[in-house]
Design a protein around this ligand. Structure first.
Ligand code: SAM
Length: 215
């Protein structure tokens, strides 16, 4: 099946028309095939305007949300990026094409290994994945020029703030379990500047500095 028309329609109708302006983000959203990151039975829905299940109660994010979050990191190509929540690896692949090195943490090992396989097939060899509680960050590899959190946090985990370089950007959904606001957080010498990018709905960030694991 040829998905190229569906990809271009998704980018034009869901991403460009909603105000995403970063040309590098727009280009890479055309380049990376979202259908590769979902199971066979869901492939015909891969370019629709919503998240899709990836197993273990988790989701691949809505394409627009991926574009908005990526744009919020203001990547130019030289950055070292920390991603919390590898999930399907779709967002990771986008980041891998836009920055120098990606450190991605996922707490569910099954998801991490499926993502690793697809990322290797796409030659995303600048991605290192660790199975761990990402709310601790990845101290040995810090500081990071950019941090992306792809699950909803009750508040911004302090270790992530500590591991963000001065001048660095973090994008993180913060709020209640079922409804959050997406924040771009910029760290400068004086502290943090927070900008609300709008409402969103993410699965829970579970861990020491996130939500408690109740299952
Ligand atoms: N960006 C991903 C994609 O494109 O497929 C979607 C990620 S999904 C919305 C959120 C992911 O965060 C899930 O895979 C979940 O297991 C993971 N997660 C939740 N809490 C985590 C934590 N403390 N550390 C690492 N991963 C976590």
């Amino acid at each position: 099946m040829d998905f190229s028309r569906a990809i271009n329609r998704m980018v034009d109708e869901q991403i460009v028309s909603r105000g995403i302006k970063d040309l590098r983000v727009i280009e890479v959203m055309r380049e990376i095939s979202r259908h590769l990151f979902v199971e066979e039975a869901l492939r015909s829905q891969a370019y629709n305007d919503y998240p899709l299940p990836i197993g273990h109660g988790q989701t691949i994010s809505q394409p627009y949300m991926v574009a908005l979050m990526t744009e919020g990191l203001e990547l130019r190509g030289h950055e070292r990026v920390l991603e919390i929540g590898t999930g399907s690896g779709y967002q990771t692949a986008i980041l891998a094409k836009l920055a120098e090195k990606i450190y991605s943490i996922e707490r569910i090992s099954d998801l991490a290994s499926t993502a690793r396989k697809i990322l290797d097939e796409l030659n995303c060899f600048n991605v290192e994945i660790k199975i761990f509680d990402g709310t601790y960050g990845w101290k040995e590899k810090s500081p990071f020029d950019a941090i992306m959190v792809t699950a909803g946090a009750p508040e911004i985990p302090q270790p992530l703030v500590d591991q963000l370089a001065v001048g660095g950007r973090m994008v993180i959904p913060v709020g209640e379990a079922g409804l959050q606001d997406l924040f771009q957080v910029v760290r400068n010498k004086e502290g943090l500047i927070k900008k609300n990018l709008g409402g969103c709905r993410f699965v829970k960030l579970i861990g020491k500095y996130g939500w408690e694991d109740k299952d």
